[in-house]
Design a protein around this ligand. Structure first.
Ligand code: ZN
Length: 55
């Protein structure tokens, strides 16, 4: 289950399941944040990087 975080208001959204041409399932981020309307949604696994790694 993919989740996406709005980088503006930090609201978490579930990914939207999509069927690919090969029959696998993948998840897409919502087009816009439901909270603030931002289009800047980051997958949660990348979000951890975003915040954790200040190298
Ligand atoms: Zn937002």
């Amino acid at each position: 289950m993919a989740r996406y975080v709005c980088s503006d208001c930090q609201l978490i959204h579930a990914g939207i399941p999509q069927r690919t041409a090969t029959g696998k399932r993948s998840f897409q981020p919502p087009e816009v944040c439901g909270g603030c309307g931002s289009e800047d949604l980051v997958a949660t696994q990348n979000w951890v990087h975003h915040h954790g790694g200040e190298e």
